[in-house]
Design a protein around this ligand. Structure first.
Ligand SMILES: Cc1cc2nc3c(=O)[nH]c(=O)nc-3n(C[C@H](O)[C@H](O)[C@H](O)COP(=O)(O)OP(=O)(O)OC[C@H]3O[C@@H](n4cnc5c(N)ncnc54)[C@H](O)[C@@H]3O)c2cc1C
Length: 399
């Protein structure tokens, strides 16, 4: 018996690679025709780089066009406030690599394709579960050729925060709310632009500015549900803060022709109380949707995948099934890092983002540099770089 995974995001792709590498028959279903979608975050943190290193993929990854960021800071009207300096992290990689997520996913799925037990079905949308005798025995999916059933010893929902499969399994997440949504758009680079990625804070405004080599990827944070209001005010309501918050872009804001050039990303923060059923588990955002705060959702999804592979590869290889007790252990192992990370995200949402968007937080009169105080730098450095419970690949490659 094999494993079927719905969702070719960071969680599903990494789990598929690790299982295929361990010699488990695995099918990965992805509903889109390619990985070329935007808006999924670009950050590969040291904990994920460490995982890539453990399976011999780090060098290949670092050959992808990428930018390394060693220091994180918020740029305010009166100058930058350093938040964390990753240098000196106890790990082979002390930086965040910014890589478009489609490159990361292509790398992971191409590596998986080197193993004969891996199968990738693109444009294949999972829409239901095969349930027999109270146990999940596989997935129902559709593609251009029609409806299909795929039987498996373990079915994994890695289909993201709107997971269809967790709903089919009767699992409903507990919502924690988020005060913001994000508008996502691009502007071209010009000679003389700085080479950096930063978070810009000003009274009533927050913008993330991501350097993507040939263009700027901009994420403008707005109050939750505020998009319709912005559209009513016209495109000037978006152009104006772009030019003001990021002065080197002034003049280029007119290239945003209208809201057709802009994608709205709804931010949610939630998690399942129970991640599993007999023969079934959810991982990544399907189990716990992460806020973009700290940019760690991809990394948490990858860590879930590593923990899952470590626990389920053996039973799948041995008798094609995974006892529910093992799936319970997986949830127990990953619930703690999820809780702690989401709690920290909620604190930032409530104390920084909410007040900033309500115009109650601007440039502080003093700008403390905690990164110069080793003890104060150590906690955010470790939290952001390695996360709460970094996982290591324990399951060996099949001979
Ligand atoms: C605005 C915003 C910005 C963010 N920025 C960052 C960031 O910079 N860094 C970071 O680390 N995290 C970021 N995050 C969080 C991050 O995107 C997620 O935590 C992470 O992508 C979760 O990975 P995943 O594999 O669990 O799910 P996803 O990345 O959502 O992947 C799910 C996959 O499943 C596929 N799928 C969905 N339904 C089906 C189906 N029925 N059948 C088959 N396939 C299906 C989808 O097409 C997708 O490929 C951000 C989140 C938001 C909302």
């Amino acid at each position: 018996m094999s494993c079927v995974i719905a969702g070719g995001g960071p969680a599903g792709a990494m789990l598929a690679l690790l299982l295929a590498r361990a010699g488990v028959e695995v099918t990965l279903l992805e509903k889109h025709a390619d990985f070329l979608r935007d808006f999924r975050g670009d950050t590969i943190h040291p904990s994920t780089l460490q995982v890539l290193g453990e399976i011999g993929l780090a060098e290949e990854f670092l050959r992808l066009p990428h930018r390394k960021t060693y220091e994180l800071s918020i740029v305010t009207d009166t100058g930058p406030i350093p938040l964390a300096n990753l240098r000196g992290l106890p790990c082979a990689y002390d930086y965040i690599a910014f890589v478009p997520q489609w490159d990361f996913l292509s790398l992971v799925t191409s590596a998986a394709a080197r193993y004969p037990s891996f199968r990738l079905l693109m444009s294949a949308e999972a829409h239901g579960l095969i349930v027999e005798g109270g146990e999940v025995r596989g997935v129902r999916y559709r593609d251009a050729a029609g409806e299909h059933e795929l039987r498996a010893g373990l079915t994994v929902a890695a289909d993201g925060r709107t997971s269809v499969l967790r709903r089919a399994a009767g699992l409903v997440p507990r919502e924690f709310g988020a005060p913001m949504d994000v508008l996502w758009f691009r502007l071209p680079r010009a000679p003389g632009d700085p080479d950096e990625t930063f978070l810009r804070l000003s009274r009533g405004h927050l913008m993330v500015v991501i350097d993507r080599e040939t263009y700027w990827q901009l994420a403008y944070v707005i109050p939750k549900g505020g998009y319709d209001d912005l559209v009513r005010q016209g495109i000037g309501a978006l152009r104006e803060p772009v030019a003001r918050l990021v002065p080197f872009l002034a003049g280029r804001e007119t290239l945003i022709e209208g809201y057709g050039d802009v994608s709205v990303l709804t931010v949610v923060l939630n998690r399942l109380r129970r991640w599993h059923r007999p023969g079934f588990t959810a991982i990544g955002d399907a189990a716990h949707a992460m806020s973009p705060v700290f940019g760690v959702g991809i990394n948490l999804a990858v860590q879930d995948a590593v923990a899952a592979a470590n626990l389920v590869a053996g039973p799948l290889r041995a008798d094609g099934r995974v006892p529910e007790a093992t799936l319970r252990r997986l949830q127990r192992r990953r619930m703690w890092p999820t809780r702690v990370t989401q709690a920290a995200q909620r604190v930032v949402q409530d104390l920084l983002i909410g007040p900033a968007l309500r115009n109650r937080l601007g440039s502080p009169p003093i700008r403390p540099d905690v990164t110069r105080i080793p003890l104060l730098n150590r906690v955010p450095r470790r939290f952001i770089g390695l996360g709460v419970r970094p996982e290591h690949v324990e399951v060996p490659a099949s001979p």
